[in-house]
Design a protein around this ligand. Structure first.
Ligand code: FES
Ligand code: FES
Length: 187
């Protein structure tokens, strides 16, 4: 057994100690908010806080994480109220969202030590890859989150999580059968 604390709960993983933390979190603990991007330390999609430090969980084994305090995106806040989460939404710095959990973790770690980062400091501290290219918005979001941390600004809470799938479907025209039929080929 490999024991650690995940999102403030004690967890024992009955797995090979060489198992990457990423896989233990996703496949055993069902914490799938942490994403598997490259698996080799390049993309940052798998970042989690380990004793407050943003690390790539694909490069950390559970043996190395034993006894440490892990925070995943699910544990950053229960209701998306962390300033980074609110600012990412407010600045529309999320497109497909695949990179977002890792970015939120890296940004939270940065703001903990530096709540007023420059653009250069943000780019250095958050090297995460985003295939959708949200980088300019990301910088604005992190600086805005910093203002919230420094109590210079407030942001309205992000929408409550847990939307019912049926409600979500009703909000998407394409799922109500309203997508126009493709034009017939008249050639
Ligand atoms: S999945 Fe870990 S850095 Fe890409
Ligand atoms: S928002 Fe799509 S990869 Fe970053």
């Amino acid at each position: 057994m490999t024991a650690m604390t995940v999102n403030e709960r004690p967890v024992d993983f009955d797995m090979d100690p060489d198992t990457p933390l990423l896989h233990a979190l996703r496949d055993a603990a069902n914490l799938t908010g942490t994403k598997y991007g490259c698996g080799v330390g390049d993309c940052g999609a798998c970042m989690v806080l380990v004793d407050g430090e943003a690390l790539r969980s694909c490069l950390v084994t559970i043996g190395e994480a034993e006894g440490r305090f892990i925070t995943t995106i699910e544990g950053l806040s229960r209701d998306r109220s962390h300033p980074v989460q609110q600012a990412l939404v407010a600045e529309q710095a999320i497109q497909c969202g695949f990179c977002t959990p890792g970015i939120a973790i890296a940004a939270a770690s940065l703001l903990r030590s530096n709540p007023d980062p420059t653009e250069a400091q943000i780019r250095e501290a958050i090297p995460n890859l985003c295939r959708c290219g949200v980088y300019p918005r990301l910088v604005r979001a992190v600086q805005r989150a910093g203002r919230v941390v420094r109590r210079r600004e407030t942001i309205s809470a992000a929408p409550a999580p847990g939307i019912d799938p049926a409600d979500a479907a009703r909000a998407v025209p394409g799922m109500r059968g309203e997508v126009p039929a493709p034009e017939e080929n008249t050639d």
